[in-house]
Design a binder for this molecule. Structure first.
Ligand SMILES: Cc1ncc(C[n+]2csc(CCOP(=O)(O)OP(=O)(O)O)c2C)c(N)n1
Length: 634
């Protein structure tokens, strides 16, 4: 890390109190250093980048004006909060972010008292800040402790994150109360990809102000021909203005709308925030920023620089990760293009994760059948259900962790009605750097109990492709869950063939009396151990319907059984095996291996697997420990 000489201001800021002690005139210089520090640091270890560059002045102004941590500053998502981390005592550890034992990738209450609410998933900030503000009111009701400090409450939410239903539920509630709450919209016109949707268009119109002008001109021309209507329109012009001038939407929802203001003018921000701080009731401050601000390549291509790996800051070259083959996301993306080519019923849906889900090519080649619905997981699933009702074959590309947001839609809108929706569940299992909030640890558990849903877990890339095809052929709700990154390197075959539903694949038959039922990624992870112990190895392929016949056949021939999966053990695929054994009266010792009953923190994916005991070496050791004392009895 460059020393204090390079960052004279930053070096003297150990907490926001130090920021507040500065003369206002020095804030632009601090902003400049902060931005440089982000570039220097993130270029070394990679991480969320463009969003943080855009919030430098806003972060500085917020900590300058508000008395944090007494005043509650609630960031949405937390990917834009690197500047906040730097100013709140974590400057020297920023380079550890996302790494094993390092700073959390997003915000965490356990990490800092300035992180008022734990985040990672989006669109929670307004609800959480409102809850805190109501708590503050209740704690200051007549008769309450007079010493309890009064606080201000500020939620900062991006124009991408505000598109989610949850954010609107919170606005709807907050706007009906008199509770003091400031919602700051950080509007940079970007989500991870270009922001989409009517709301995003609305913000753009608010900024350009052009709509009002064009509407006025357009309506004049038409209405002049109808005198009575013209008079009515003239009289209602004031209202008309309100309909299209900045902020009306939020005014109508009960907020006092302020803005739009320049989010890179730190002096202007400070002045505005000081004024807003004294206002009562729900306030909505519209701040306009530029994603990637101050680093030209990121300003020019904020998608590429949303979350780069380590890079050369001078040459703006992101170092390529060595990869042995296509990622599962790429395998999915290619499959979807191939499938769409031959089947006009195929529609691809993503809730704002085009790049991460491998849909860039599909979006280019099939723009009419590609839907980025913004950060709206619930809508993504029910939209698919509607499409399926009318004979289409929608494929919802969604991260395992984000499907958690759409659980009722999965059950009530898709499964209950047996609609042919395919869920391509990316990032299932541990994900590495994005940590506890993003682990795809639970999907097998929460999907397995849903009737009518077929669930598959591929052991390799080709199997992934064939399973996706199987899912579409099935004509019923189906999910294929695959991990982040690359697989074992089995090239997908171009031709597609539907797998027999609910049938496992016997990989090897052993003679030692031990059988291992492995799911998805774990097939490869235990294959050497199975070989070494002369154990039977089954690639289970289906979590539901599970291959009960094969499980029983194995239980007949083997005394000792192991299940292994990259999902929490509780309620997961191993439990499905146990349910079969129990239902059919088999009492066999079973070792269940999978993710433990705790949240796995950030690190690399390999770190995560080791932490969970699911790397090949830990698995081998766990099986040995359990098997050796039993082996003699087998
Ligand atoms: C529920 C949920 N869905 C998707 C994501 C992935 N995600 C992280 S940041 C982001 C874009 C957010 O856009 P915006 O709020 O405008 O912030 P910006 O990056 O533009 O500053 C997305 C889609 C998430 N964190 N949570």
């Amino acid at each position: 890390m460059p020393g204090p000489a390079a960052y004279p201001h930053l070096a003297a800021i150990d907490s926001p109190a130090d920021v507040r002690a500065l003369p206002e005139a020095e804030l632009p210089a601090v902003a400049e250093e902060l931005r440089k520090y982000l570039i220097d640091t993130v270029s070394q270890m990679g991480g969320h980048f463009a969003a943080g560059l855009g919030t430098v002045e806003l972060t500085l102004a917020l900590h300058y004006v508000y008395d944090t941590p007494n005043d509650r500053l609630v960031w949405d998502v937390g990917h834009q909060a690197y500047p906040h981390k730097v100013l709140t005592g974590r400057r020297d550890r920023l380079h550890t972010i996302k790494g094993n034992g390092g700073l959390a990738p997003f915000l965490s209450r356990a990490e800092s008292e300035y992180d008022t609410f734990g985040v990672g998933h989006s669109s929670t900030s307004i609800s959480a800040a409102l809850g805190m503000a109501i708590a503050d009111e209740l704690q200051h009701a007549p008769g309450a402790d007079p010493k309890a400090p009064r606080r201000h409450h500020v939620a900062v939410i991006g124009d991408g994150a505000i598109s989610a239903g949850l954010a609107f539920e919170a606005l709807n509630h907050a706007g009906s109360l008199e509770t003091d709450l400031l919602v700051i919209l950080n509007d940079n016109d970007m989500s991870i990809s270009e922001n989409v949707g009517a709301l995003s268009n609305y913000f753009a119109r608010v900024l350009s102000g052009r709509l009002y002008a064009s509407l006025k001109e357009g309506s004049k021309k038409i209405l002049r021909r109808i005198p009575a209507a013209w008079e009515l329109a003239r009289r209602s012009e004031e209202h008309m203005k309100g309909m299209v001038l900045p902020g009306t939407l939020f005014e109508e929802m009960g907020f006092n709308y302020i803005g739009p203001i320049d989010g890179h003018d730190v002096g202007g921000l400070v002045k505005t925030l000081r004024n807003v701080r004294n206002l009562h009731g729900p306030q909505f401050l519209h701040v306009v920023t530029r994603k990637g601000k101050g680093y030209a390549p990121a300003e020019a291509d904020p998608i590429k620089w949303h979350g780069p790996g380590p890079f050369d800051p001078d040459k703006a070259v992101i170092f390529k990760e060595k990869s042995s083959g296509p990622s599962y996301s790429q395998v999915f993306g290619e499959w979807l293009c191939d499938m769409a080519e031959s089947d006009p019923r195929i529609v691809g849906i993503t809730p704002a994760m085009r790049e991460g889900s491998g849909l860039v090519e599909f979006s280019r080649r099939f723009p009419d059948r590609y839907f980025d619905v913004a950060i709206a997981e619930q809508h993504a699933v029910t939209l698919a259900a509607g499409l399926a009702c009318e004979g289409m074959r929608p494929v919802v590309a969604i991260y395992s962790t984000f499907l958690q947001r759409a659980y009722d839609q999965l059950i009530h809108d898709v499964a209950l009605q047996k609609l042919p929706v395919t869920f391509a569940l990316d990032r299932a299992g541990v994900v590495g750097g994005d940590g506890a909030t993003h682990q795809g640890a639970f999907d097998l558990t929460f999907m397995r109990c849903v009737p009518n849903l077929t669930i598959m877990a591929p052991a390799d890339e080709n199997e992934c492709r064939q399973m996706l095809y199987t899912a579409v052929c099935l004509g019923a709700p189906a999910a294929v869950r695959y991990p982040r990154g690359v697989g074992p390197g089995v090239a997908p075959r171009a031709e597609m063939e539907a797998l027999p539903i609910g049938k496992a694949e016997l990989r090897r038959e052993g003679r030692s009396g031990l059988a291992i039922f492995a799911f998805g990624t774990m097939v490869q992870a235990v294959s050497a151990t199975a070989e070494r112990l002369d154990a039977t190895l089954v690639n289970m392929r289906f979590v539901k319907p599970i291959d009960a016949a094969l499980i029983m056949r194995m239980a007949d021939r083997h005394e000792y059984l192991v299940t292994v999966e990259e999902n929490v053990i509780a309620g997961g695929a191993g439990d499905a095996v146990l349910e079969v054994l129990t239902a059919h009266g088999y009492a066999r010792p079973v070792l269940q291996l999978g993710l433990p009953d705790r949240f796995i923190e950030h690190g690399t994916r390999a770190d995560n697997l080791t932490a969970a005991g699911l790397d090949p070496a830990s698995l081998a050791a766990a099986i040995d420990r359990w098997w050796q004392p039993r082996q003699q009895r087998a």
